[in-house]
Design a protein around this ligand. Structure first.
Ligand code: SF4
Length: 334
């Protein structure tokens, strides 16, 4: 049984905020908000295909800040989702949304409960107060903690989203953010390296030479550390990097965007683990055993791990071994 999300993009018209990275204003003329009838039609239409492919799905309201939109409109979308869950209980397993920490209170959570919402994700972006201020988020780290606690108290699954490389960000702030996410007992996390888009405040700062984000390599390095931290805490990272999108590609001025960002990051983790184990074992030639699904990550994109380890004097052959993450044998030098 496969699991997926049916995403409904809800642009946030009239958002009172102006987060530096957000292009809501520039897209508001091009993306119409979906009507409840359209959401019902989408969910009816997808149900058959999902059943045929033995897939279950969550209905996900993403985009702006779902709980900040007009209440009647929000209720109409929620009713469409709730009706689909009732109509196709074998297909739709729940409803999730993303929102801002300061658009969460008891009354709002009560409404979400009424319609059977199962998971609420908070765009926290950073837990560093200065990064939040510089990026004009309009909320504090404590607001994130307060909202997270309320979401958990109401029994929803708690999702937390962070960005790396915002204006004023540093790798150590990202680590601190992850530590606080873990302390908040997030059920899921999403990590988004900053993409600088035309039509945003970050875009202006970037063009004026006042801001540059982390490099690609720095981003992979920090994301590898973050993945390790969340993995050790047992928190699934359900997304790393923006989804591939022609719109993002057309509007991107800078920053880090790659359709295979997660694969590259996991590959970096394999590189670090292989290097450390090869150093520990000693020698120059090795057999690396791993599950067949990991082989491309062990080799690295365009065989980068093989090349980098080779430059350090380590050569290896890969052997597929089902169920093994990484096991390395040193060969006798001949
Ligand atoms: S990121 Fe969310 S809160 Fe910030 S400007 Fe965009 S829609 Fe508004």
């Amino acid at each position: 049984m496969k699991q997926t999300n049916i995403s409904v993009f809800v642009p946030h018209y009239g958002c009172p905020h102006r987060c530096t990275f957000c292009d809501q204003r520039s897209i508001s003329g091009t993306q119409a908000p979906p009507a409840a009838e359209e959401v019902s039609a989408l969910l009816d239409g997808q149900a058959g295909h999902l059943r045929e492919t033995d897939t279950r799905a969550e209905i996900a309201f993403f985009g702006g800040s779902f709980t900040g939109i007009d209440e009647n409109y929000m209720r109409s979308l929620l009713a469409a989702a709730r009706d689909a869950v009732r109509k196709y209980p074998d297909i739709y397993t729940g409803i999730r949304c993303s929102t801002r920490p300061d658009f969460i209170n008891s009354r709002i959570l009560g409404i979400l409960e009424e319609y059977g919402m199962t998971a609420v994700e908070l765009g926290a972006q950073s837990m560093d107060p200065e990064v939040l201020r510089l990026n004009e988020r309009g909320h504090s780290p404590e607001d994130v903690e307060r909202a997270a606690a309320m979401i958990r108290e109401h029994g929803f699954s708690l999702g937390l989203q962070m960005m790396t490389g915002l204006y004023g960000d540093k790798p150590e702030y990202c680590i601190k953010t992850a530590e606080r996410f873990i302390a908040m007992k997030a059920d899921t996390v999403r990590i988004y390296p900053t993409v600088i888009l035309e039509g945003t405040r970050l875009g202006e700062l970037y063009k004026a030479g006042k801001y540059k984000t982390f490099t690609f390599d720095e981003t992979i390095d920090i994301c590898a550390k973050l993945l390790r931290m969340f993995d050790a805490a047992g928190i699934p990272v359900i997304r790393l990097g923006l989804h591939a999108s022609e719109e993002v590609e057309a509007k991107m001025l800078g920053g880090v965007y790659h359709p295979a960002l997660r694969e590259i990051t996991e590959s970096r983790i394999f590189f670090e683990d292989m290097l450390s184990e090869m150093k520990r074992l000693g020698g120059t030639r090795f057999i690396v055993c791993t599950d067949p699904k990991n082989i491309s990550k062990v080799s690295g994109q365009k065989k980068e791990n093989r090349r980098k380890l080779g430059e350090l004097g380590y050569r290896f052959d890969i052997k597929g071994e089902k169920g093994t993450r990484l096991r390395i044998y040193a060969l006798q030098n001949t």
